[in-house]
Design a protein around this ligand. Structure first.
Ligand SMILES: *[C@@H]1O[C@H](CO)[C@@H](O)[C@H](O)[C@H]1NC(C)=O
Ligand SMILES: *[C@@H]1O[C@H](CO)[C@@H](O)[C@H](O)[C@H]1NC(C)=O
Ligand SMILES: *[C@@H]1O[C@H](CO)[C@@H](O)[C@H](O)[C@H]1NC(C)=O
Length: 355
């Protein structure tokens, strides 16, 4: 976009009319954009982010360049993320402005391509963000951008003809892999699932994803406020999968999570007790009750050393999401979600917006 405008600006530069001043401004923006792409290319060439992620197929086990360990914990928002973060509510106010912003500077293409091709091995650093956790390798994360969902929702509708085709997509999430969390002698990998109605609904997806990424889970804890029979919980799961995971899984059936610090059914209590530095711990928080979720999120931010990866569907006031979420049982706006998730990333937790 910048390039096309820049060309026109160069052609009739000479007369200092209002239009020309405007075109000059656009030319300047174009130049800044080119400089940013150059910087991105340089960073990528230096292998700055050690991308090692692959979706679906085999896990990339090629050695990550040695010696590049994070001396401290930090989070680097991509250029696209910065654009959205400084004005998240306005830029997600309606589909027009959301999709226009995504498409500007070809962000949409750079973000969509690796999702479509199912490989994140060389992510574009203008779009993808980088996190360092002290003592670990730099890690790549999907950007906190747009409506914090698959960028094809709701913008890429032409191809599928269905506005909501990508509303529940998980393909855009960049999960950790064994290059981010190499095993130690006594590493344990633990999954905490707060809001787990059935094994098949999300847990099975997570377990398979992590297995593919060289991070098979050893222990699983599931809380569900509703009482679900064993038969219903395991419905539709192949016997072999059930046999594999049943012994690893502790179900707190018909037990809602609590928020008091140290409470037995506060998942944070288990995370603090069980997850040591050499462990890989994942927590999915989706109980659809902000008054329960928010205290837990803040407890995680205050004591971040235990958790590796976090998924959270934060229900906020969003004109685009309100037809899914309604207007009750929400708190804050999209900007608040950005703030929470980036606070966690700044503390070294791979925090994702869950669907
Ligand atoms: C979408 O939101 C933007 C930013 O607030 C506003 O300027 C624009 O008029 C809105 N468009 C529609 C179609 O509502
Ligand atoms: C799966 O296990 C159940 C009992 O646990 C059994 O009734 C069923 O036949 C098994 N299915 C297959 C395909 O083996
Ligand atoms: C949102 O949360 C804050 C702090 O937790 C609370 O004071 C406020 O009343 C909540 N708002 C809604 C609409 O639930």
């Amino acid at each position: 976009l910048g390039g096309a405008y820049a060309l026109r600006a160069k052609m009739d530069f000479c007369r200092p009319t209002k239009t020309n001043m405007l075109l000059l401004g656009v030319l300047f923006i174009g130049l800044v954009q080119v400089l940013f792409s150059l910087r991105g290319t340089l960073q990528a060439a230096q292998g700055f982010a050690s991308p090692n992620h692959d979706v679906g197929g085999s896990v990339d086990v090629s050695p990550v360049s040695p010696g590049r360990w994070c001396a401290e914990t930090w989070y680097h928002s991509s250029q696209m993320e910065k654009v959205f973060r400084q004005d998240a509510d306005r830029l997600t106010e309606n589909e027009t402005i959301l999709c226009d912003t995504l498409r500007q500077f070809q962000y949409m293409d750079m973000w969509e391509a690796p999702i479509r091709e199912r490989t994140f091995r060389r992510p574009e650093t203008l779009v993808f963000s980088t996190m360092c956790r002290q003592g670990f390798q730099p890690q790549v994360l999907e950007p906190l951008a747009g409506i914090l969902r698959d960028p094809r929702f709701p913008c890429d509708t032409a191809k599928v003809g269905n506005k909501d085709a990508y509303a529940g997509s998980k393909e855009w999430l960049l999960l950790a892999d064994s290059a981010d969390f190499p095993p130690y002698e006594d590493t344990r990998r633990i999954f905490f699932d707060a809001g787990g109605t059935t094994f098949r609904s999300a847990l099975l997806w997570f377990l398979r994803q992590y297995e593919t990424r060289g991070l098979p889970l050893d222990e699983i804890f599931v809380w569900e406020a509703k009482t679900i029979s064993d038969e219903d919980y395991w419905a539709g799961v192949p016997n072999s999968t059930r046999d594999l995971y049943r012994s690893k899984l502790t179900r707190f059936n018909g037990i809602p999570i609590v928020t008091d610090l140290g409470g037995y059914h506060n998942p944070v209590t288990h995370i603090r007790k069980r997850c040591r530095r050499q462990d890989f711990c994942v927590f999915k928080l989706d109980v659809d009750t902000p008054s329960v979720e928010m205290p837990i999120v803040y407890q995680l931010i205050e004591d971040p050393g235990h958790l590796s990866e976090f998924y959270f569907e934060h229900h906020v006031r969003s004109p685009i999401m309100s037809r899914f979420w309604g207007l009750t049982r929400i708190n804050g706006t999209v900007q608040y979600s950005y703030d929470l998730l980036s606070q966690m990333r700044q503390k070294g937790i791979r925090a994702h917006s869950w669907i």
